[in-house]
Write a protein that binds this ligand. Structure first.
Ligand code: AMP
Length: 412
């Protein structure tokens, strides 16, 4: 389905066409008509499926017809990274519209407070906020949600996992009853259904299929410190001539360069590919990899999408990808067309929660292999305890007797 088929505002269509969107993704096809129709929705969709556009395009379509600067839309998200990412997308979608949006999240040095409070009181249409910081502003009384029409809860399951249940209910006490509420969640456990039944009115429910790695992929992981990653790769591929086509994924272009440099130093035949290379250079690099002249190719996620190379024997996730969708996509580069392949992920101490989440989404526990003894001990694999309703659930998954901490500090 194409975006024109939804009857969206011309200026939105123009913006998304500049952003390279041609066809609607599955979740967009399902939810956009229902949201345009004014329904509440409960949608099960993961990051990477296009869910931001799925809720934002129809909301922007409404705002485009209203042409005012009322605070009409609130998007509540679990982490500052997601807030920034969503806001960037909103700015892209509304490039040709007279609509503004701000992010509100904690963890900065305080200098942002005045800017945020000003934005919250002076003609901002859309706020994308993490719960804690938003409540701090709400407590001071100057944020008025009386004109609010659209409330979005994104990654709702993650918000509950982090312990934002009470905060969400608190935020809800500030917003008008008469509103459209859209709830997105990567998984649909009972606690999400319970929350949905409290805050949604006659919701239309949608679910997209969760993709999973192909059967033929042997998945495993090393739990390592960052400085053990290169030695682990070297020990994994040394003296194994059968592994003649190895693809290493990294999330950033900068990291690609560093990995290439380090693997080269250890004597490997390796090249990197990222969007920094000219088209011709990219094709040459790919050609050398395809023809097995280069044994190891290091790539970013973005470029990997277009790579169709047969018979890759080993995939290495140098870091844990941001979404299960990316994980499945990376891992899917091996074991194509009924073949078998190996996919190894390197999980450092900051990425454990992220990896745990991916395992839940693909409904598979990935084998954790001990770091070779000569490389020293790796970190203990531990996952942040789940909290619900703001209270510890008592169900902990700690392999050491250490006290849990709230870990990755990226939530507020
Ligand atoms: P999300 O799941 O919202 O985080 O989106 C994942 C990525 O897909 C983002 O980079 C979006 O810009 C992109 N995206 C979303 N919908 C489409 C589409 N219909 N066509 C192309 N790219 C899209």
């Amino acid at each position: 389905m194409r975006f024109d088929d939804f009857g969206l505002n011309e200026k939105i269509l123009e913006a998304i066409s500049y952003m390279g969107y041609e066809k609607a993704s599955e979740i967009q096809e399902l939810t956009i008509p229902a949201i345009l129709n004014g329904n509440d929705i409960l949608a099960c969709a993961q990051t990477g499926t296009g869910k931001t556009a799925a809720f934002m395009l129809p909301i922007l379509d409404h705002l485009a017809t209203e042409d005012n600067h009322d605070l009409s839309t609130l998007v509540v998200v679990p982490t500052r990274e997601l807030a920034i990412q969503i806001n960037q997308q909103i700015q892209g979608f509304s490039y040709f519209l007279n609509i503004n949006s701000v992010t509100v999240y904690g963890g900065r040095d305080g200098s942002d407070w005045d800017a945020e409070s000003k934005a919250l009181t002076k003609g901002t249409n859309i706020i994308v906020a993490t719960p804690g910081k938003l409540i701090s502003h709400l407590n001071l009384g100057y944020v008025k949600f009386d004109k609010l029409k659209h409330l979005v809860l994104d990654e709702a399951d993650r918000m509950l996992d982090i312990g934002f249940y009470d905060d969400i209910l608190r935020i809800l006490s500030y917003v008008p009853d008469e509103r459209q509420t859209l709830m997105f969640s990567a998984t649909m456990p009972q606690k999400i259904r319970d929350l949905a039944s409290k805050i949604l009115k006659n919701p239309v429910e949608f679910s997209t299929a969760i993709s999973k790695p192909a059967e033929g992929v042997l998945q495993a992981a090393y739990v390592v410190y960052e400085n053990q990653k290169i030695p682990v790769i070297n020990s994994l591929i040394a003296n194994k001539p059968d592994l003649d086509s190895i693809l290493v994924f990294s999330s950033t272009k900068k990291k690609v360069l560093e990995i290439v440099k380090s693997l080269k130093k250890a004597g490997n035949s390796v090249e990197g590919i990222s969007s920094d290379l000219e088209q011709k250079e990219r094709e040459d690099v790919l050609m050398r990899f395809r023809s097995r002249r280069t044994r190891v190719l290091v790539a970013t996620d973005v470029l990997s999408r277009g790579i169709d190379i047969k018979d890759i024997n080993l995939i290495i996730n140098f870091d844990v990808p941001g979404s299960a969708e990316d994980y499945v996509h990376r891992v899917g580069r091996t074991a194509r067309a009924d073949k078998t392949g190996i996919a190894i992920s390197l999980i450092n101490e900051h990425d454990m929660d992220k990896f745990d989440r991916i395992e839940k989404l693909i409904e598979q526990e990935v084998l954790k292999i001990p770091v070779p003894v000569e490389l020293g001990d790796g970190p203990v694999y531990k996952v942040r305890p789940k909290r619900s309703g703001g209270r510890p659930s008592g169900k902990r998954k700690f392999s050491s007797g250490r006290k849990p901490n709230r870990g990755s500090s990226n939530t507020e």
